[in-house]
Design a protein around this ligand. Sequence first.
Ligand SMILES: Nc1ncnc2c1ncn2[C@@H]1O[C@H](COP(=O)(O)OP(=O)(O)OP(=O)(O)O)[C@@H](O)[C@H]1O
Ligand SMILES: [Mg+2]
Length: 156
Amino acid sequence: MELLLENDVQTRQAGARLATCLQELQQGAVVYLQGDLGAGKTTFSQGLIASLGHSGPVKSPTYTLVEPYEISGRKVLHFDLYRLGDPEELEFLGVRDYFQSENICLIEWPIKGEGYLAKPDIVVELQAVPGGRQMTLAGVSAFGNKVLARYRQANV
Ligand SMILES: Nc1ncnc2c1ncn2[C@@H]1O[C@H](COP(=O)(O)OP(=O)(O)OP(=O)(O)O)[C@@H](O)[C@H]1O
Ligand SMILES: [Mg+2]
């Protein structure tokens, strides 16, 4: 599914809409966020995390690699792997413990962690275009397809 997001507010709303679908299905998910520097991946994550019910700030985990949240009993892990030197370092961060099916894992720059990450349910691709950002959403697991079917119908 493709959408043109005309400003950062719309990018946040796109993330919030995904949060609503995940909440309705009451399951965790692995979401890969792809796109160049400045494409809007953190903005999308901020909308998603805020919509799940987190009221504080959502920082970009550029230096920490992962920022954990606990939101109404569900763990949300927001990764930014841009500065990861070697995917093997993920082992030392203990990421395997993070990839449990009840957790929501949002992963910016998943390509940097190739081989050490859980497979995605949903891939969000953001691209700067004249007039904003082009967003492409794909469901890449059975659960991801279920989420995407909801996303298409959601009116938020
Ligand atoms: N649809 C949009 N149209 C125009 N600007 C946008 C849109 N969505 C987000 N932005 C802006 O783009 C800038 C970069 O966004 P953001 O930090 O979310 O990118 P990113 O993909 O996380 O980058 P990085 O790879 O460096 O982590 C921000 O200033 C944000 O407000
Ligand atoms: Mg970012």
